[in-house]
Design a protein around this ligand. Structure first.
Ligand code: IPM
Ligand code: MG
Length: 356
């Protein structure tokens, strides 16, 4: 088994180092190989996703990813910006199924901006389609408008599109995930306005016939955004397209108190996966040793479970994280009165210690 370790930019290097430390003490049989990605790769090789990094990722059984991006690259041509590395990995590895769990840890109920009773015990799973939609649809670009409100004006455009097989495969993934949990699936669309999402709704409804034991509901995305803050515990598994999933998963993450706690997995049809924290590179706190490494450590646990067939090791990491939280240690993002404030490395060390 081989893991490609791609720390990336900003806090990426600090948090991935902690996850690697945790993986190393588990004493499992796998090889880890590190490579540059994002802005770091651009600096060294002139491209955010160099061929050598892509090759390593393709050959590996799993990719452990930190984060990419920094404001200083915002002026580069789009193909050279750090974000293109993650988009390129998703596309080239066919990572169409993105799992973003939002779990509210008992000890962190007070860290959310929502009332404790709304989020205590929250455990929802957002499944975001990750290789289609307006993110990848062609054509896109800039041109002179020939129609619309201002013919002759400069305009920009993107294409929202989904094919039947793309919707079918993510729907199957979502129904199967729901079957293993609370047997309730919410499909989020904008069928009242968009052709693409009327089609999405129709196809999801058809796939539902294979899963009569799972309750399916359809919800418009604007309502879903509202329900997530009104009554988040009513959700179990949510499935949606790439764009809506991007937005709703950040919202869901914040319900739990800190995006610094949330892991994610992006899988292809061969269960090869990329595992990354749900948060970004946070350049404002990079290099200060204060970032929360737990989302990355929990992403490593997801990797052991989904791609490396080591469910016991995954359980051990998750239990260790809960123990560390119970002992009162907190990084700045989840700190509250009475808790012990620690830095990135101390948090990683504490998880290693809890693993015994
Ligand atoms: C995410 C991020 C990415 C996305 C960016 C960095 C391209 O926001 O993983 O949610 O939009 O998908
Ligand atoms: Mg996002």
């Amino acid at each position: 088994m081989k893991i490609a370790v791609l720390p990336g930019d900003g806090i990426g290097t600090e948090i991935v180092a902690e996850a690697v430390k945790v993986l190393q003490v588990l004493d499992l049989q796998f090889e880890m190989e590190q490579a540059l990605v994002g802005g770091a790769a651009y600096e060294a090789h002139g491209h955010p996703l160099p061929d050598s990094t892509l090759k390593l990722a393709k050959e590996a059984d799993a990719v452990l990813f930190g984060a990419v991006g920094d404001w200083k690259y915002d002026k580069l041509d789009r193909p050279l910006r750090p974000e293109q590395a993650i988009l390129g990995l998703r596309k080239n590895l066919g990572l169409f199924a993105n799992f973003r769990p939002a779990i509210c840890y008992e000890q962190l109920v007070g860290a959310s901006s929502l009332k404790p009773e709304l989020i205590a015990g929250l455990d929802i799973l957002i499944i975001r389609e990750l290789t289609g939609d307006i993110y990848f649809g062609q054509p896109r670009g800039r041109r002179t408008a020939v129609d619309g409100h201002f013919p002759g004006a400069e305009e920009a455009f993107d294409t929202m599109r989904y094919s039947r097989p793309e919707i079918e495969r993510i729907a199957h993934v979502a129904f199967q995930a729901a079957r293993k949990r609370g047997k309730k699936l919410t499909s989020v669309d904008k069928a009242n306005v968009l052709e693409t999402f009327q089609f999405w709704k129709d196809v999801v409804t058809e796939v539902h016939k294979d899963y009569p034991d799972v309750a399916l509901e359809h919800m418009y995305v604007d309502n879903a955004a509202m329900q997530l803050v009104k009554a988040p515990k009513k959700f179990d598994v949510v499935v949606t397209g790439n764009m809506f999933g991007d937005i709703l998963s950040d919202e869901a993450a914040m319900l739990t108190g800190s995006i610094g706690m949330l892991p994610s997995a992006s899988l292809n049809s061969a269960s090869q996966g990329l595992y990354e924290p749900s948060h970004g590179s946070a350049p404002d706190i990079a290099g200060k040793g204060v970032a929360n490494p737990l989302a990355t450590i929990l992403s490593a646990a997801m990797m052991l479970r989904f791609s490396l067939n080591q469910p016991e090791a995954a359980d051990r990491i998750e239990t260790a994280v809960k123990q560390v939280l119970a002992s009162g240690l907190r990084t700045a993002d989840i700190w509250s009165e009475g808790a012990t404030r620690v830095g990135t490395r101390e948090m990683g060390d504490a998880v290693v210690k809890a693993l015994g």
